[in-house]
Design a protein around this ligand. Structure first.
Ligand code: FUL
Length: 490
């Protein structure tokens, strides 16, 4: 497939009568663990929203006990389209809804429990928040995902075999009745105590074996082949190891997945991934726009500032993770005005920042081009197509690419991307710019992977240099992009 791509890229040149391209331009051999097509699509999403909404919204709690009456669930003005509109405008690519949180209350009328919206006054028990949200997402061009808490403080059979079947039945409902689900979320939390059908006791489980995860993962694969499964241990993507939305450097998408499951936290591995790890399990960063995951009146004035959100954006998306930003609807069933204002502000700044790639179409030279071949030429990194890429010869472990910006250009962001379908390779690099005739180092960092956005002081430079100083195998680069943020946002 790669070879075909390469020759396709050569055709216009041959027809234009340019010098014949060098032959034997086979792409590099894939290196290490590789992403699936579902991973590749997921990486492109970059930033999407989390919606924490349940009885907790009405009881002012973060973790419901499981004995709350469904009668308390009554969001008089619920409008999932407002969620989707605001999410879309703020640059998000999808929404993940807490279909069921730890209290066991279901936002859809599950046929396996009475503890759901069907016994609430909302829409006289005829409503379905999962459907409303899934429909709104589709209408507004967003992906839709679901959080289904394994820990269930309401269910009488929790910690016994019958609950495992119940959980799987619910997964099946969610994955068959609501169209495409791009991601499912399995939280590892388990505090032991709960209502459990009136038992009001502590129940402990072995979180490695109790839920029979391999069977659950297989069911998801069967029902939704493209669905990405999140947990502390994958299998498709991993928790980043903090709830502050911050990624790390180095950030390997590769991960030693054996012996990991929801609820186990091997922090170093979650933070950084595992260099040379066995599977492609990239990190997702989750954080709430407020201190809590659920809406609390007392936190209406504690919505994160634009600066805080930008810090989070560059620490997560900027370091190759995806960002899952939580916005909790209030008791009306709407995003609160303060959250809306902040999200739209963030969306505007991101749009203004990344509107114009100042390196697009600019000439690039490289210290090495794979077989000297046209299809792997350095100009592939500025051709505006993130699928084409520059590649080096097999024995190369250090390389330099230099972009001629064609005169003085002002910028403060550089976005890089490896050609990850062939694996993650770069483990140290530097970025420098020629400012007033002098080379100035702008950044030194470790991994690039699916994406690296460097946020730096604004410079005026006529050349940009990216030096890959340490690579696990011969390097590839899909893009070098250059941006200038609006002055208030640096
Ligand atoms: C945690 C849960 O216990 C919180 O309530 C929240 O859902 C967060 C995203 O994950 O572990």
């Amino acid at each position: 497939m790669m070879r075909a791509c390469c020759f396709a890229a050569m055709l216009p040149l041959l027809f234009a009568g340019a010098a014949p391209a060098v032959e034997s331009a086979a792409p590099p051999q894939p290196f290490g663990a590789l992403p699936t097509d579902a991973h590749l699509a997921w990486h492109e999403l970059e930033y999407y929203g989390f919606i924490h909404f349940t009885l907790n919204t009405f009881t002012d709690r973060e973790w419901g006990n499981g004995d709350e009456s469904p009668q308390r669930f009554n969001p008089g003005h619920l409008d999932a389209e407002q969620w989707a509109r605001v999410a879309k405008e703020s640059g998000m690519k999808g929404l993940i809804l807490t279909a069921k949180h730890h209290d066991g209350f279901c936002l859809w009328p599950s046929r396996y429990t009475e503890h759901s919206v069907k016994n609430s006054p909302w829409k006289n028990g005829q409503g379905d928040v999962v459907k409303a949200c899934a429909d709104a997402c589709r209408k507004h061009g967003l992906k839709f995902g679901a959080y289904l808490s394994p820990w269930d403080r309401n269910h009488a059979q929790y910690a016994r075999p019958a609950y495992v079947q119940y959980y799987r039945n619910q997964l099946r409902e969610l994955l068959t009745n609501y169209g495409e689900i791009f991601e499912t979320w399995y939280d590892g939390a388990n505090g032991g105590t709960g209502y459990y059908g009136g038992a009001n006791e502590r129940r402990t489980i072995d979180n490695r074996t109790y839920y029979e995860w391999p069977q659950a993962w297989a069911l998801v694969r069967e029902l939704q082949p493209g669905c990405i499964r999140f947990s502390d241990g994958g299998p498709d993507i991993r928790w980043v190891g903090n709830e502050r939305g911050l990624g790390y450097d180095p950030n390997w998408a590769t991960f030693d997945r054996e012996g990991r499951w929801p609820g186990i936290s091997v922090k170093e591995s979650l933070w950084h991934g595992d260099r040379g790890g066995t599977h492609w399990v990239p990190a997702e960063c989750d954080v709430s726009i407020r201190p809590g995951w659920f809406w609390h009146e007392s936190q209406n004035d504690k919505v994160k500032t634009l600066d805080q959100l930008l810090e989070i954006y560059y620490a997560s998306v900027g370091q190759g993770c995806n960002l899952l930003l939580n916005i909790p609807p209030d008791r009306r069933g709407l995003f609160h005005e303060n959250d809306v204002a902040r999200l739209l502000e963030l969306g505007r700044v991101l749009q203004d920042t990344f509107r114009t790639d100042l390196a697009r179409g600019k000439p690039v030279t490289a210290s090495n081009v794979r077989s000297g071949a046209e299809c792997f030429d350095a100009r592939r990194v500025t051709d505006g197509d993130r699928r084409t890429y520059w590649a080096a010869d097999d024995d190369v472990r250090e390389a330099t690419l230099e972009v001629d910006l064609g005169g003085k250009v002002e910028f403060d962001r550089v976005r890089l991307q490896e050609h990850i379908p062939l694996g993650q390779r770069v483990e140290a690099f530097e970025v420098a710019a020629r400012v007033g005739g002098q080379w100035q180092t702008l950044a030194q960092a470790q991994t690039i992977g699916p994406r690296r956005i460097l946020r730096m002081d604004r410079v005026q430079a006529d050349r940009l240099r990216v030096k890959l100083t340490k690579c696990l195998a011969c390097p590839t680069l899909a893009t070098i992009e250059v941006y200038n943020s609006p002055s208030a946002a640096n």
